[in-house]
Every structure is written in C-alpha cells, then in structure tokens.
Design a protein. Structure first.
Length: 291
C-alpha cells in the first residue's frame, strides 16, 4: 500500500499541512518537528507525489535537452555538460529527440509552455519559416537556450561555435600539413553554414591558397599532389570521396571537419577536427540563462 502524506502526519501527530512544510524544511516549522517528520517519512518509505508537488510549487526541477539525435559530438557533449551543470543546481536533465522534424519540435514547445519543465536547451531543427512557437515560448518568459544555431527573431541566448574562425583554422591546418589545393565542401543552407563557407573563402584568398568551392563537379588542377577537403561533418567528406573514388589513388587526401570523426574503417588514420562546443562556455552561458 502506498504511504501518503496523510499517513505521515497521523503517525507524527500533526496536521497534513505541517507535515508537508516540514518535509520542505520550512523554517516556520520547529526544527524538532521537522526532524521527526523526516525521520518518520524515511522509516515508513514515503515517496512524495512529484506531480502534485509540481502543481503546488509551480516547479518540476527538470530541464529538457532537445536535440535531433545522439549521433554526434555536439549532442553528446552538450548533454553531458548540461547534465553536470544542472545537477549542481539540483535539476535533472531529460533528453528529447526531434529527428529534424519541425512538427515534433512544435509539439515539444507546446508541452514546455504547459509547464512540464523549468527550462530547456534546444538544438533547433532546420527552422520552418513562419513558425513562431519558439518565439512565443521565449516571450512568455520561459528560460530557453539555443545551441549551435539561432532562430530568426527569437530573443534568447544562442551558444555557438566561432564558425568563420573554425573553418579558417581547418584550412590553415590542411595547408600546414602539406596540402597544395583545398576543396571547400560546405552547403550554403543556413546562417551557420554560410558563415563557415565565407570564413574558408576569405582565409584562402587572404593567404593565396588555391581552392575550389564544391559545385558538384570539382576539377583538381594538374600537378596537385595533396588535396585538403574542409567540410561541416565527416559523413559529408565520406560522400564526396565515394563520389570521386579516383582521388584516393591520385592524391594524398587530408580533411578537416566540424564535429568528431569516428576513425577507421574510414579511409584515413587521422583527421583534423574543430571542437564545436566548449564545456565551460556552455555551462556558464546555460547556467546564467536558465537561472
């Protein structure tokens, strides 16, 4: 049989409201009474009804981490960092996956607006123009941190990479490693990728490096021996090389990407990677925003 707060109150000889306040360490309840109620609750195996407590206090002590999947370093590092930071504040982290489906994101945002969590960290999907659900949530006062990319007209904190600088570093690292020609393989589809593309182009032009932006028909000049490929993610590089298998025979290939690289059985023993999110930075920015 489930032990209720009423059972605890009866065993201690106090009313239900006093027992409830004692379990919440209300200083208006005598210390001796608080200790008696807490000890009795422990001995009887009492477990509070969190749903009822949330209705009473208006808090859940939970924060949602909303991501597309758990396949990349961005999601796993964000999850680990957020969970550790929030645990220090006595919050639990719940992970929700939207699978790049804007309808799922909208449904989750609707649930957040109903008070199922005290805050959220969101890695947005490719945002649907005209959808104002996230903006409305933020404007209602709900604590929300965006990760990796911003959403137009949503007035909240966005934690992201120094995208232009990161791409420039990838280009420089490839050239330093011996590449005499760069293939910039970045689809210009949103604010983040546009910034990366322009960062790579600007660095190559400033340093007189031969390069080409992949347009689906890359032509590598004669005399080139080492080719560097800079891209958003390792799987994009793999696709490019699968589409051009002769490159592996004709050139020494190096590549630089954002996110992690899974290593063998991919064609190269080493890769150059930009770390997307700094744990301390994410923790500080998220803590300040959610508090």
């Amino acid at each position: 049989m489930r032990i209720t707060l009423k059972d605890i109150a009866k065993a201690c000889g106090v009313d239900v409201s006093t027992a409830s306040r004692a379990l919440r360490d209300d200083p208006l309840v005598k210390e001796a009474t608080r200790e008696k109620v807490k000890l009795t609750a422990k001995q009887m195996g009492y477990r509070p009804n969190l749903a009822a407590r949330s209705l009473q206090t208006g808090t859940t002590n939970t924060v949602w981490l909303i991501v597309s999947s758990l396949d990349s370093k961005l999601e796993t590092v964000a999850g680990e960092s957020a969970s550790l930071m929030l645990s220090e504040l006595k919050y639990d982290t719940l992970v929700a996956l939207h699978h790049q489906d804007q309808r799922t994101v909208k449904r989750m945002i609707g649930r957040l607006s109903q008070g199922v969590a005290d805050g959220a960290i969101l890695i947005p999907s490719q945002h649907t123009p005209g959808d104002t659900s996230v903006k409305q949530l933020v404007e209602s006062g709900f604590p929300l941190v965006l990760l990796d990319r911003s959403i137009p007209d949503v007035p909240t904190v966005t934690v992201t990479t120094q995208n232009a600088k990161g791409m420039a570093q990838l280009c420089e690292s490839c050239v330093t490693a011996g590449c005499d020609f760069l293939v910039i393989h970045v689809d210009d589809i949103n604010e983040v990728t546009h910034t990366r593309l322009q960062g790579a182009i600007k660095w190559c032009k400033a340093n007189d490096v031969n390069f080409v932006v992949d347009d689906g028909n890359v032509q590598i000049p004669e005399g080139v021996k080492e080719v560097g490929i800079v891209s958003n993610a390792h799987f994009e590089v793999m696709k490019l090389v699968r589409d051009n298998p002769q490159w592996l025979k004709d050139y020494t290939i190096r590549f630089g990407v954002f996110d992690g690289w899974p290593g063998p059985p991919y064609p190269w023993p080493k890769a150059l990677c930009v770390s997307r999110i700094s744990r301390p930075w994410l923790s500080v920015r998220s803590k300040n925003s959610l508090s």
